[in-house]
Design a protein around this ligand. Structure first.
Ligand code: FES
Length: 61
């Protein structure tokens, strides 16, 4: 599902960026460009980052 319409970034792209170490909105703009234009997606990006950081990674279980 596309989360950032301006940049065509999907929720999967954001999760992948978070898995690679993106931990803030600035990190997402730098890594996948999500949230770098109008900003309408930033609440959803924050939620995805929170979900991703709260969920233990498979190899950590
Ligand atoms: S929808 Fe993400 S910056 Fe506009």
């Amino acid at each position: 599902m596309i989360i950032c319409l301006c940049e065509g970034v999907t929720d999967r792209d954001v999760r992948d960026a978070a898995k690679r170490g993106a931990a803030s909105l600035d990190d997402l703009v730098q890594t996948c460009r999500a949230g770098g234009d109008c900003g309408q997606c930033r609440a959803d990006l924050r939620r995805l980052l929170r979900e991703q950081t709260a969920r233990p990674r498979k190899e950590e279980r």
